[in-house]
Design a protein around this ligand. Structure first.
Ligand SMILES: [Fe+2]
Ligand SMILES: [Fe+2]
Length: 213
């Protein structure tokens, strides 16, 4: 039988996970990056900068995903879907590590604002968990929906020859679609359009800032 974690245990686990998410190179992927089989390509300075901006946004998206899952894990019950949520969280760690690796290859870095976005997502995740599993899963589904829209948009914007970034984003898109569908199947509440629009507005703040810093 699993021992119930005390509050102190939980806080230590959370601090450890936050550091793994936020300290560069601390996140380790389980699956090799989908970019591995592809040759690197010549990109102009401008193209490199643009792709790095996009990959930085996607990396911060994954930082937010970690914050969200960890915040939820602290407060949500989710007895039937806990295992599945943990699997999804591991896939998000892979995404995080792949994006970071690609940013390094592009001679760029992750966003300086990540601790802020992690803290905000953690709080929202914890609040959604308190509101109940239906909302918490609904929130995952709505978030994944946003992420898929970004990914589709970024895939359009990538230079044709950048197969490495493309391979990463395509795999992420496939995984995020699956996470969203499973959250709804597990009993997540589909969010009404006004809340989704609000989420889009908030996500614009993230994409606008992290593209640059
Ligand atoms: Fe992800
Ligand atoms: Fe996801």
């Amino acid at each position: 039988m699993q021992r119930r974690l005390s509050l102190i245990d939980k806080l230590i686990v959370n601090a450890d996970q936050a550091l793994r998410t936020l300290v560069p190179t601390a996140a380790k992927a389980e699956q090799a990056s989908p970019a591995t089989p592809f040759e690197d390509c010549e990109l102009s300075n401008n193209e490199k900068k643009h792709v790095a901006g996009l990959m930085r946004i996607n990396h911060t998206g994954e930082v937010c995903a970690q914050g969200l899952y960890q915040g939820q894990a602290l407060t949500a019950k989710l007895p039937d879907v806990r295992e599945e949520m943990e699997k999804a969280a591991q896939e998000e760690i892979d995404h995080l590590a792949w994006c970071e690796q690609r940013l390094n290859e592009l001679e760029s870095q992750t966003s300086l604002l990540n601790p802020l976005f992690y803290a905000a997502s953690f709080s929202i995740g914890a609040a959604a968990g308190i509101a109940g599993d239906k909302w918490s899963l609904g929130f995952v589904a709505a978030t994944e929906d946003q992420v898929c829209k970004h990914l589709q948009d970024h895939l359009q914007q990538l230079p044709e020859e950048d197969q490495k970034s493309r391979a990463i984003l395509e795999q992420m898109l496939e995984d995020e679609e699956k996470h969203g569908t499973r959250a709804l199947q597990a009993g997540g509440q589909e969010f009404p359009a006004p809340i989704k629009s609000l989420m889009t507005a908030v996500s614009k703040v993230m994409t606008k800032t992290t593209y640059r810093i």
